[in-house]
Design a protein around this ligand. Structure first.
Ligand code: ACO
Length: 329
């Protein structure tokens, strides 16, 4: 069976920077607390008129340019997001039209912060089966639009942004394995409860702030620490590799304490893990996609390198993949 690989990558962050000092003015918090407990220094926040598809579009243009691909050549667009432009139609369809991908199928996929890696696994399979040749996988979020700016437990954590990857067939390298999973017993640890069929939007749901993120930080933290190690090792094993074969780990950027714990448990050096959390905060589905594009732009990834991308998120879910980098198909 042929393999899929990443031939294009791109990221986009909205220009407006919000520092921890600025958050001190709106909630009872301090720059020191946020940095010590999360590692975050600042985040980007999209303006009122910018939606998730706008952010996604900018990242997609960059990824298509790197892959030297015209939008009309795309067969499929997959968008992973928890902040779609609307409940329906799919944000992927809005992007399909905006970008001019006339012959592309398009759909959204939601797996919390694990969504981009889930999306890579779906896109790779369309290529491996031979059904499609050119797939665009996007992770994009406008989390600021569903943040409760009065809740210090969550509002200091999140940021907006988008990342995109073009997937194409390859005879050498590419995605070697995937490890996906879920534990729905943790669904009540991280959620937005209204706006769906369970709690349709009403004056009551708005008054009770049910259209914003709610999180129990501690169970998510414990799940993350356990899962990052286990999924990284499992996905390497599925590829017939060990941790000694790894060149770079690109983890979901949620908390530097979670990332440090994974680094210690996996016995990796600081240079083997890409971290941009202090600058961008937690961008959920966009996190791994942005980190991948940045690491590539910083020349931290070259052909033949083995990368693990690993994420966890609402659901609770996790997802990991090993790719042997080969961008020259
Ligand atoms: N500023 C100051 N104090 C704060 C803040 C804040 N921003 N937030 C919480 N505190 C306080 C709490 O109220 C608590 O005070 P208390 O002891 O008087 O009750 C104290 O700090 C400690 O709170 P904890 O929740 O125990 O703090 P902890 O060190 O666990 O850090 C955090 C909280 C950062 C949320 C951590 O639990 C975490 O990172 N969890 C994982 C979150 C995550 O990764 N989410 C990812 C998924 S996101 C997605 O899928 C969309």
């Amino acid at each position: 069976m042929r393999k899929a690989t990443i031939t294009g990558w791109g990221s986009y962050l909205p220009p407006n920077v919000v520092t921890n000092k600025e958050l001190e003015k709106i909630v009872d918090t301090t720059d020191q607390w946020i940095q010590k407990r999360t590692g975050i220094k600042k985040r980007r926040i999209a303006d009122e008129d910018t939606s998730t598809s706008d952010l996604a579009l900018e990242a997609s243009y960059k990824a298509l340019e790197k892959a030297n691909l015209d939008p009309e050549e795309l067969d499929l667009i997959i968008v992973s997001t928890v902040t779609p432009d609307m409940v329906f139609p799919a944000t992927a369809c809005i992007i399909q039209e905006k970008i001019g991908a006339n012959k592309a199928a398009a759909f959204d996929l939601e797996a919390g912060c694990s969504g981009f890696v889930y999306g890579l696994s779906v896109g790779a399979q369309f290529i491996e089966t031979g059904l499609y040749n050119n797939v665009l996988v996007i992770g994009a979020e406008s989390l600021s639009k569903i943040t409760d700016w009065d809740d210090r437990n969550t509002c200091v954590l999140f940021g907006d942004g988008a990342g995109a990857a073009v997937l194409q067939p390859t005879e050498k390298g590419g995605f070697l394995s995937f490890d996906l999973g879920s534990d729905g017993s943790g669904a009540d640890a991280l959620y937005m409860e209204a706006g769906g069929s369970l709690n349709p939007a009403s004056l009551e749901t708005v008054k009770n702030k049910m259209h914003t993120i709610r999180m129990e930080g501690t169970p998510v933290f414990k799940f993350a620490v356990k899962t990052m190690k286990r999924a990284s090792l499992d996905v390497l094993k599925k590829a017939g590799l060990t941790i000694d074969d790894l060149d770079l780990l690109i983890p979901h950027q949620a908390n530097t304490r979670i990332i440090k714990s994974a680094r210690r448990k996996l016995k990796l050096t600081e240079e083997q893990i890409y971290v941009n959390l202090p600058e961008v905060g937690n961008t959920s589905s966009a996190s791994v996609a942005i980190a991948l594009a940045e690491a590539k732009e910083k020349s931290m990834i070259k052909n033949g390198d083995r990368l693990v991308m690993v994420a966890f998120g609402a659901g609770l879910t996790w997802a990991a993949t090993v790719i042997e980098w080969n961008e020259n198909i």
